[in-house]
Design a protein around this ligand. Structure first.
Ligand code: THU
Length: 135
């Protein structure tokens, strides 16, 4: 485990990127628009939004879209420093189980920021997914 600290400036960059991305969400089936942003350990920022499909199970969550963009840009060395998730309704929404596993893959010590009951909640990926799967 390394440092989980995030500067106030990075936290606000991350949240702004996620809030911009939520505007681009494609969620005609659930109407639940989600935005995410990843700050990599290299210091780059990548955003994502949920992309739904008429074949519902093919839907991709915002977190995995953002992580996919980060890997596409930085390659297999990509590591997540922090990831933020927001939704347009501003209701509590923590990453789903599949996204927790994908976050874990690229950042056991990543800081995960999501809408909690009253305000944004922050916790390390390994706490969100205890005993995450590894090969
Ligand atoms: N969704 C996300 O994008 N991220 C989450 O953390 C939770 C759920 C999306 C998937 C689907 O498009 C919609 O929210 C409703 O489940």
């Amino acid at each position: 485990m390394t440092c989980l600290s995030l500067s106030t400036e990075d936290r606000s960059r991350l949240l702004s990127a996620a809030l911009e991305a939520v505007k681009r969400a494609y969620a005609p089936y659930s109407q639940f628009k989600v935005g995410a942003a990843v700050l990599t350990k290299k210091g780059n920022l990548f955003a994502g939004c949920n992309v739904e499909n008429a074949s519902y199970g093919l839907t991709i969550c915002a977190e995995r879209v953002a992580i996919g963009s980060a890997v596409a840009a930085e390659g297999e060395e990509m590591e997540i420093h922090a990831i933020a998730v927001v939704n347009q309704q501003k209701v509590p929404c923590s990453p789903c189980g599949a996204c927790r596993q994908v976050i874990f893959e690229f950042g056991v010590d990543a800081l995960v920021i999501f809408q909690g009951r009253e305000s944004f909640t922050e916790m390390p990926a390994a706490e969100l997914l205890p005993d995450g799967f590894r090969l």
